[in-house]
Design a binder for this molecule. Structure first.
Ligand code: PFF
Length: 456
């Protein structure tokens, strides 16, 4: 499926589902979802997150699928084709920027995962305790050289796969390894849920206490929903442009959102019981995953092998998500700027590596560049905040406005119903109601409250 000359599509409905799920499932589920839930008080945050998926995530995902498949172009080209000569294409340009910002820190965290896999292969986690788990994470992120080297390796792998354009390979990887990841997380869950004191973790995850919920937490839940489902920056438009013509996009959107949320929940059910059982802090932040998972497997039969398998599958999940992230600028540069796929992949990854180093060196206050802050945030947090909490929801707002108010409804109905083959009249009505009234209004309210203009 190369994006130049003759455009190909994914080979079947199943491939569409797994490739799209491969983009959605990644570090967001296994790393970010648990630590944000931990930092924002558990159950109430989770509930808001579910609502964001339902009322904002699903309609935006469907909109992106529509735009991509209708035009069969990269994000910028697609919007230009839909609304020629207008400013709408800037949503795509903003998406290219968001993709870079996300990759600056995502490649850093993926580097830690690759490094942990390497360490697990060396047997470094035998007899790990809470103290050694914390110390190991500290030394991995502090480097300063090793995390940069691993970040480089991550980007080299992503560039090589993208430059070869082996989408068939990606299809196969996602189809076989995604189900395996499910199984492995379930094994983690069984272990974590049988630890002494596990019930406290479950209570934390499901007990809803609205007293814990700030406007900042609501914005974080919204940003997480966009980040998780790869929305607001043209990724799902780009993937939509590779969908088969007979794909039922409503079904795909619902299945992807549901499965992705399930993986996040399963990850949460592995991590929080462990956190409470070992007396750790749920608010530990970005290190939460790396400090708990070695402990989960530590006293288990075949623990070392399972730990290797866990980090291997997490590395695969992170890599397939990165392929979809980097695909946005690569498809743009190769289709709109006449670069070859190979040069586009190399140029993009080089920029991501050069600026990504800033994120890697500023993870902790004690890191080499940890003392530099902009708006009170270090580079790592700044890249994350601007992309997840500002650019993606803003991209989503514009997409909702475009679909709700600027595109002929009949055209959308024709495309979503596969030219009348699917009977989806009721769903389409619901979709337009959300995309015209609910989604944009919710997005605007969350924005205004997060900058303090309105107060709950
Ligand atoms: N959805 C991915 C995750 O949860 O890890 C991250 C991501 C991929 C975000 C692609 C945005 C994107 F366009």
């Amino acid at each position: 499926m190369s994006t130049s000359k003759k455009r190909e599509t994914f080979s079947s409905g199943l491939a569409v589902f797994f490739a799209t799920l491969g983009s959605a499932v990644g570090l967001g589920n296994i790393w970010k979802f648990p630590y944000l839930t931990g930092q924002n008080g558990g159950g109430a945050f989770l509930l808001v997150y579910f609502l964001c998926i339902l009322f904002v995530g699903l309609p935006i995902m469907l909109s992106e699928f529509y735009i991509g498949r209708k035009t069969r172009k990269n994000a910028v080209g697609a919007l230009e084709q839909l609304k020629p000569g207008t400013q709408w294409k800037n949503i795509g340009i903003m998406g290219v920027g968001a993709s870079c910002l996300i990759m600056f820190f995502y490649s850093c965290v993926a580097g830690w995962v690759y490094f942990y896999l390497f360490k697990a292969l060396l047997g470094d986690f035998a007899n790990v305790t809470m103290e050694t788990a914390k110390a190991q994470f500290g030394s991995v992120i502090m480097g300063p050289l090793s995390p940069i080297v691993w970040q480089f390796i991550v980007l080299a792998v992503v560039t090589a796969i993208l430059a070869m354009g082996v989408k068939q390979g990606i299809e196969k990887i996602t189809k076989t390894l995604m189900p395996l990841l499910f199984v492995l997380i379930i094994i983690c869950d069984i272990r974590a849920l049988t630890l002494p004191g596990a019930s406290e973790g479950i209570y934390f995850l499901f007990h809803v206490d609205f007293g814990q919920l700030s406007a900042a937490a609501i914005l974080a839940a919204l940003g997480l929903a966009f980040f998780k489902l790869s929305l607001g920056m043209g990724t799902m438009m780009t993937y939509g442009s590779y969908f088969t013509q007979d794909n039922n996009m409503f079904k795909t959107a619902i299945k992807v959102a549901f499965s992705d949320t399930l993986v996040s929940m399963l990850a949460g059910l592995a991590i929080f019981p462990t956190v409470f059982s070992f007396g750790m802090e749920p608010t530990a932040g970005p290190g939460l995953l790396f400090m708990t998972i070695p402990l989960v497997f530590s006293q288990m039969p075949f623990g070392t092998i399972l730990l290797i398998a866990f980090f291997f599958l997490t590395a695969i999940a992170a890599t397939t998500a990165m392929l979809s992230l980097v695909e946005v600028p690569v498809a743009y540069l190769s289709e709109e700027k006449g670069m070859s796929r190979k040069s586009a992949a190399i140029v993009t990854s080089s920029v991501m590596f050069a600026v990504g180093i800033l994120a890697t060196l500023s993870v902790d206050k004690a890191s080499v560049l940890g003392h530099i802050t902009i708006f009170g945030l270090g580079f790592f947090d700044l890249f994350d905040y601007i992309s997840s909490n500002i650019l993606l929801p803003l991209g989503g707002l514009f997409i909702a406005l475009l679909m709700g108010y600027s595109i002929k409804q009949e055209e959308v109905v024709t495309e979503l119903s596969n030219h009348g083959q699917l009977k989806i009249a009721g769903l389409v009505k619901g979709y337009f109601f959300l995309v015209r009234y609910v989604t944009p209004i919710l997005l605007i309210i969350v924005f205004l409250s997060s900058i303090g203009i309105i107060k709950f």
